[in-house]
Design a protein around this ligand. Structure first.
Ligand code: ZN
Length: 152
């Protein structure tokens, strides 16, 4: 996470991307190597997240389903941006992944609110559709169809 390399006297630790306490399995896809400092920082960060809706949403292997299920778990409520960043985990651009949900009929709005001097961003679900068998494939197909329409 910090980008330092092994030559710099770093000790690597095997870490569960989705923490074990959250139900993250011990399988290759959920394991990576972090330096001990990054690992401790990540552990503290996850320990600070106590909302079970976030933990539940984390368990889906598809990033689109993780984001969508988190929005659904809040009903019409405001979902803090940080929560979506967490469930997008390992996908840097969670807002792009979120926009892609529009390709399969989902609608949401973004709200900015000033809270104790800081502007905070929230996402509010307006409409959702049942998941296709393969959300990523359905999204790609939707994007291709849109490009064909734009060309005409
Ligand atoms: Zn590190």
């Amino acid at each position: 996470m910090c980008g330092r390399s092994l030559g710099e006297g770093i000790r690597l630790q095997v870490d569960h991307k989705v923490p074990r306490e959250w139900g993250g399995p011990t399988v290759d896809e959920n394991l990576w190597a972090l330096c001990s400092e990054c690992n401790q920082g990540k552990r503290n960060f996850f320990a600070s997240i106590t909302d079970e809706r976030v933990q539940q949403a984390m368990l889906h292997p598809s990033v689109h389903i993780r984001l969508g299920e988190l929005l659904k778990a809040f009903g019409n409520g405001r979902v803090p941006k940080a929560y979506l960043q967490i469930v997008a985990f390992t996908h840097d651009d969670f807002e792009k992944r979120l926009r892609e949900l529009r390709e399969i009929g989902w609608r949401y709005r973004v709200e900015k609110r000033r809270e104790s001097g800081r502007v905070r961003t929230f996402f509010v679900l307006e409409h959702w559709e049942p998941w296709p068998a393969n959300p990523a494939a359905a999204i790609r197909e939707g994007e291709r169809a849109k490009k064909r329409r734009d060309k005409r």
